[in-house]
Write a protein that binds this ligand. Structure first.
Ligand SMILES: C[S@@+](CC[C@H](N)C(=O)[O-])C[C@H]1O[C@@H](n2cnc3c(N)ncnc32)[C@H](O)[C@@H]1O
Length: 212
């Protein structure tokens, strides 16, 4: 397959959805413009029209290099921080096949990094995270395919194998900028944003359990 074929699936999809994927060299050049953020384990990255993950996959790869450098000596920490790196990536994609490809492509990089197969607990946990972080929906209306408001989980790694999760509505998160310069601009994020749902802390086994 030549480069043009890899970047376009069909003329019809280009016409219907503006589906032209970004070449790897351009993605790398763009990520280099925000190099420290693209490599930081806990930087949160959202691709609102993520396609099959041409941006999210290289960001995950960069984050995993940092995980290896910082936590490579401890298998326990390496695995938990690798999952946390994945937890900080978000995508919205209109088309079912692209959304699924995006999850699969991220999955593949994560599993290869940890050297685990698809039925491993870590792979299952990654799958559960990707099911909620990569949303099939419309980035313009901020709704899912069923018309519900898009929500994203804010994951945190608390250490000692414990993760936390709070879900926020995407449309409410995007209002932050409109508060700047107003009376509300003085408020902390915690006063402005109320989670739609808060979960008890969980282990990787509990996250993996949600995927089965
Ligand atoms: C130009 S492609 C870019 C894909 C990817 N970001 C990349 O750079 O390779 C645009 C993608 O956005 C999707 N898309 C189009 N309209 C959308 C919308 N309203 N909400 C979410 N995704 C949309 C298309 O299906 C397509 O996969």
């Amino acid at each position: 397959m030549n480069e043009a074929q890899r970047l376009v699936k069909s003329k019809q999809r280009v016409a219907d959805h503006g589906e032209v994927f970004t070449p790897a060299w351009m993605v790398d050049d763009m990520l280099d413009l925000v190099k420290p953020e693209s490599e930081r384990i806990d930087s949160r990255v959202l691709e609102p029209t993520c396609g099959s993950g041409n941006f999210l996959v290289p960001v995950l790869a960069r984050k995993l290099v940092t995980v290896q450098l910082r936590h490579g000596k401890s298998e326990f920490e390496k695995r938990h921080y690798a999952l946390f790196a994945l937890m900080c990536l978000y995508g919205i994609e209109l088309l079912t096949d692209n959304a699924e490809e995006c999850r699969d492509n991220l999955d593949e990089v994560f599993n290869a990094f940890l050297g685990v197969s698809h039925d491993d607990q870590w792979a299952q946990a990654a799958r559960a995270v990707l099911a909620v972080n990569i949303v099939q929906g419309d980035a313009l209306t901020m709704t899912t395919v069923t018309g519900q408001p898009i929500t994203f989980p804010e994951w945190g790694y608390l250490g000692k194998g414990k993760f936390q999760r709070r879900d926020f509505r995407y449309d409410e998160l995007t209002k932050r900028a409109s508060y700047e310069g107003s009376l509300f601009g003085e408020l902390d994020d915690k006063d402005l944003f109320v989670p739609a749902q808060t979960y008890l802390t969980m282990t990787v086994a509990q996250i993996a359990g949600a995927a089965t």
